[in-house]
Design a protein around this ligand. Structure first.
Ligand code: PHE
Length: 353
């Protein structure tokens, strides 16, 4: 009878010698020592079926086997751990002098960098930054800027219209909403807030147009609006401001040129160009062989717009301009595709700053 126990013990010890890793060791433990279904607890069950007088001896023997196997298991476990550690140390694969991997640091988006550069230049000229919303009513984006419904000038801005899908609400009677197509609606907001104080602000922000995306135009892009309102503000103040901007941004020798243009919210309206920063006016690929690069659309604030902002056009005058924000960065770094700005490709974004 005790023979069975010693066979079990020998078998178990032989199996243990063959376990060479943690997985095999655990499998062995379950097979022999597990309280449920382990070989040893099975052997203990025999006890009840034995004649009374044989029980104590059998029980004692089984217990001795159990203690022996548990000790052997622990010893084996220690030995395997020690061997693994020795292998790791002996391998010499761990070079503690290796420099650590630097954590990836975030940086400012190139558009943000461009914006901050522009803010700094206008701050020197006394302009404050004013924030206006991205989603506007039709009135702010068009109507109060002297672009009534069905005015042909609306075609200048391909528009994303916003449906008002608030649960349970009807759109009837509520104002038409648009994603602002330009930063000009902010003009009305500042004027209504500040009237009758004089104003000198810039309004940066994202604009949205329902347009084909190409290397030269995105359906979302930044604009920066400028607005000055007060007594005796003249076209020459506007031109001087834009010229100063071009020189601070692109170099002291930049020349500015002004062309007549049309915007419904300015009168007169102009387009300001500067001589090409690459060829200085001789003509090259960057300026499309014209020698000039567009800086801003601008003009004197239209009397109707002044009036809509609360200012009496007989007393006050003002100028406004709108310029691109990605464009200066594109010129500075010779980036020829605006789609990179919003493509979220870290290989591109990581190059700036
Ligand atoms: N809002 C005009 C545009 O998006 C630019 C502009 C701004 C023109 C202010 C004149 C005055 O094209």
């Amino acid at each position: 009878m005790h023979e069975e126990l010693s066979t079990l013990k020998n078998q178990a010890l032989a199996g243990l010698a063959e376990a060479t890793d943690a997985g095999a060791l655990e499998a062995w433990r379950i097979k022999y020592l597990s309280r449920k279904g382990g070989a040893l607890s099975e052997a203990m069950k025999v006890l009840g079926g034995l004649p009374r007088e044989e029980r104590p001896a059998y029980g004692q023997a089984a217990n001795e086997v159990k203690i022996a196997l548990e000790a052997a298991f622990e010893e084996r476990q220690e030995a395997l751990k020690a061997a693994a550690l020795a292998a790791e140390l002996g391998g010499g694969a761990l070079d503690v002098t290796l420099p650590g991997r630097p954590p990836a640091l975030g940086r400012l988006h190139i558009t943000t960098q461009s914006l901050r550069q522009i803010y700094a230049i206008y701050a020197e000229m006394g302009f404050q930054v004013y924030d206006a919303p991205d989603v506007e009513t039709d009135d702010y984006n068009f109507g109060w800027l002297n672009i009534p419904p069905y005015h042909p000038a609306r075609d200048m801005w391909e528009t994303f219209w916003v449906t008002q899908a608030t649960a349970g609400a009807t759109t009837e009677g509520s104002p038409l909403l648009v994603m602002r197509t330009h930063t000009s609606p902010g003009q009305i907001r500042v004027m209504r807030e500040r009237c009758p104080e004089p104003i000198r602000v810039i309004l940066p922000g994202k604009c949205y147009r329902y347009e084909q995306v190409t290397a030269r135009s995105e359906h979302q892009f930044y604009q920066l609006e400028g607005l000055a309102v007060g007594r005796g503000i003249r076209l020459t103040d506007l031109i001087g401001t834009l010229q100063q901007f071009a020189r601070r941004m692109y170099g002291a020798r930049r020349r500015l040129r002004v062309r007549g243009s049309y915007f419904p919210f300015t009168e007169p309206s102009i387009e300001a160009d500067m001589d090409c920063i690459l060829c200085g006016g001789k003509g090259c690929g960057v300026c499309k062989h014209t020698g000039w690069l567009e800086v801003a659309g601008a003009g004197m604030v239209h009397p109707i717009v002044l009036h809509n902002g609360g200012y009496d056009p007989d007393v006050y005058s003002g100028f406004a301009f709108g310029m691109g924000v990605e464009r200066p960065a594109m010129l500075k770094y010779m980036i020829n595709d605006i789609r990179y700005f919003y493509g979220n490709d870290l290989r591109f974004l990581g190059q700036f700053g």
